[in-house]
Design a protein around this ligand. Structure first.
Ligand SMILES: Nc1ncnc2c1ncn2[C@@H]1O[C@H](COP(=O)(O)OP(=O)(O)O)[C@@H](O)[C@H]1O
Ligand SMILES: [Mg+2]
Length: 364
């Protein structure tokens, strides 16, 4: 089973650059999610890996073999698209078995066993003899997944397979996906704009922004250690808060909502911002050292058993996720603490990695 290596992969359409100089590795047998907002180049990147789109520049290697000039068929990859293409008058089992008919190395009995295994993995055995035309989108998409994995290609590519599927069927599809991963090892590239899906399915997430690979890391690392403001903002619901400096004194800077100051990093104040995720912001009804006074401004929305508060502190807007029952309503006075350990510094959108970042004791 090969890994996939991209080297300086670029695709331009006229003056527009859809994919811009992407270099990365998809380790063999792992799932990589290409994640990013609509139009950031995910599909174009996937189509180049598939051999459906010709790169303007760069190379693609499967396990050391340069496949850049090979057709889709020569590369031996299977694909699942957003809109499944299927034979509506054939049954579920017939659709899954169809691509296997071309494989002359397989006997009829082997083909049949392969189809049965896939039906079992995807929990489709009960529908094996139903026609596609009678199935809902969720079941159809499962069949499309089944057809792609039945071929046992080394590489399987998925382009937003759950986008047109209703919520319940979507969860089923994700469960089926995890089950097939457990039973059949293939190198998988999975395109999605849905961060929850990426966090659930991926061994590594490749986060894209405007054609550029922003960061590639394990889901938890990407979430906890974003190396750009974009990563902090795109992951999380809502994403990270970003706070501007509100004062500089004696070589130290303080940011809105944060009671401590930090030594001004090398390079000065230009483009400097602090970031903290809403779940780390602590909100109290009493003043105390280390807390900055503010006010609740936004309605409290409950997400997954937690309250989301919108606060105003030092003239900045801050979101906080807090346990319910704190008695905070719009208009309430609120005292905010941003623990120094959870605050990151960014300059011009890029994370500053400074082992020496040391925060003062509370100034307020
Ligand atoms: N065949 C094409 N011709 C011209 N522009 C294209 C073509 N395919 C994609 N693009 C452009 O490239 C950019 C990336 O598109 P795409 O890869 O589909 O993004 P995503 O899948 O992340 O939504 C978009 O601006 C899109 O309009
Ligand atoms: Mg797309």
């Amino acid at each position: 089973m090969p890994d996939i290596r991209l080297e300086g992969l670029t695709r331009r359409f006229g003056a527009a650059t859809a994919v811009d100089d992407v270099s990365m590795v998809f380790a063999e047998g792992t799932v990589t999610c290409l994640l990013g907002p609509s139009g950031c180049g995910k599909t174009t990147l996937m189509r180049m890996i598939a051999g459906l789109e010709v790169p303007t520049a760069g190379r693609i290697r499967f396990g050391g073999r340069d496949v850049t000039g090979l057709s889709a068929r020569q590369r031996g990859v299977a694909m699942v698209f957003q809109y499944p293409v299927m034979y509506r008058t054939l049954t579920v089992a017939e659709n899954i078995g169809l691509p296997l008919a071309r494989d002359r190395g397989l006997s009829a009995a082997q083909r049949c066993a392969r189809v049965d295994e896939v039906l079992d993995v995807l929990n489709l055995s009960a529908q094996r003899d139903e026609r596609i035309s009678g199935l809902d989108m969720g079941a159809r998409q499962k069949v499309a997944v089944g057809r792609a994995i039945a071929r046992r290609c080394d590489v399987v590519l998925f382009d937003e397979p759950t986008t047109n599927v209703e919520v319940h069927a979507k969860l089923q599809l994700i469960r089926a996906f995890k089950e097939f991963r457990r039973r059949i090892r293939q190198t998988v590239v999975y395109v999605t704009h849905d961060q929850t899906e990426a966090m659930t399915l991926a061994d590594q997430i490749a986060l894209m922004q405007a054609g550029v690979l922003s960061q590639c890391a394990a889901p938890r690392v990407l979430y906890d250690q974003p190396d750009s403001e974009f990563g902090g903002w795109f992951l999380g619901s809502p994403g990270m808060n970003f706070l501007d400096p509100v004062g500089e004194d004696g070589g130290r800077v303080r940011f809105a909502g944060i009671a401590r100051a930090v030594a001004v990093p090398e390079g000065g104040m230009a483009g400097l911002r602090a970031g903290i995720r809403p779940e780390y912001v602590r909100v109290f009804s009493q003043a105390s050292a280390g807390r900055v006074a503010g006010r609740v401004t936004g309605n409290c929305i409950t997400i997954g058993g937690q309250h989301l508060l919108t606060l105003s502190v030092d003239g900045a807007e801050l979101k906080a996720k807090v346990p319910p029952g704190g008695g905070m309503v719009p208009g309430s006075a609120a005292y905010v603490e941003c623990p120094a350990a959870n605050v990151m510094l960014f300059r011009n959108g890029q994370r500053l990695f400074e082992p020496s970042v040391s925060w003062s004791s509370p100034l307020r």
